[in-house]
Design a protein around this ligand. Structure first.
Ligand code: ZN
Length: 274
């Protein structure tokens, strides 16, 4: 469990509460960190550039779990009220139920986008999928891609229908809304902004990550885009299709590989797998 890197700090479970000497993170007793005996300083695992490998996580896992949970809940509800015979029927028809189907579809869109980016962009980016926003109930981030251009916070949605960028502002100011088919999906774009806030909160205290650009995107994986349609913004959030996201992730940028890895490690520690 412990290792001794060149600078003499040891990786161990802290015996006393401490504060990371670099980012100021509160480290509670028993947490894994680096302890420099001579200097009597502690460092968190994100700041100490020890080899903590980042596991991407499983894209769409929480949406799939939610679908499963709702399905089971419904069947048990039927069993309680009407008995086992009725429950057996409920079990047989449950997968057709629309709401559950939409959760499954959600999870499907997420895992398909994850696979697509992995295939097309490979290890030029570091991907983290389906992460909880700590301190919220059920709020999660579908994807975070640490790229040369910064961190991309991406929500993927599998809405069917034609994408329309509607300018609803007065003539002197552009204000865009995104419609897919006949539905206004602008709220989903706006929701990504709060995910960005959480990511910024994780990066801000870290001197090595501070100032990194954090981009927001809503990726519509199953919607129809016209030939002349381009990605557009709703507020600060890009609304785009998988190919356009791929292009942006591949772009060169100011974040060097080593810094990308550092940022990914920090995000991995800050946002637990859902
Ligand atoms: Zn730290």
């Amino acid at each position: 469990m412990t290792s001794v890197p060149a600078d003499g700090a040891r990786r161990l479970r802290l015996r006393y509460p401490a504060v990371c000497s670099i980012c100021g993170l509160q480290l509670s007793r028993g947490t894994l960190g680096m302890w420099d005996r001579a200097a009597k300083t502690a460092t968190c695992l994100a700041c100490a550039d020890v080899d903590v490998s980042v596991e991407s996580g499983v894209a769409g896992a929480s949406a799939a779990a939610e679908a499963e949970r709702r399905s089971t809940h419904r069947i048990e509800d039927v069993r309680r009220r009407y008995g086992d015979h009725a429950a057996a029927v409920a079990e047989a028809v449950a997968p057709n139920e629309q709401e559950i189907a939409s959760w499954r579809k959600g999870s499907n869109g997420e895992s398909r986008l994850a696979a697509y980016i992995e295939r097309e962009v490979g290890d030029r980016v570091i991907a983290l999928h389906d992460r909880l926003i700590p301190g919220t109930r059920h709020k999660n981030i579908d994807h975070m891609f640490v790229a040369p251009s910064g961190v991309w916070v991406v929500d993927s949605k599998a809405y069917k229908g034609k994408v329309v960028n509607r300018d609803v502002g007065p003539f002197w100011r552009a204000e865009n809304k995104v419609y897919v088919g006949k539905y206004d999906r602008s709220d989903h774009a706006n929701a990504v902004e709060s995910q960005v806030e959480a990511v910024l909160a994780a990066l801000r205290p870290d001197p090595e990550a501070k100032g990194t650009d954090v981009h927001a995107a809503l990726c519509l994986v199953e919607s129809e885009w016209g030939l002349l349609d381009f990605p557009f913004r709703v507020g600060s959030v890009w609304v785009l299709y998988p190919g356009a996201l791929k292009k942006r992730l591949r772009k060169d940028g100011p974040v060097a590989r080593e810094r990308m890895e550092h940022i990914a490690r920090r995000l991995d520690l800050s946002f637990p797998k859902a």
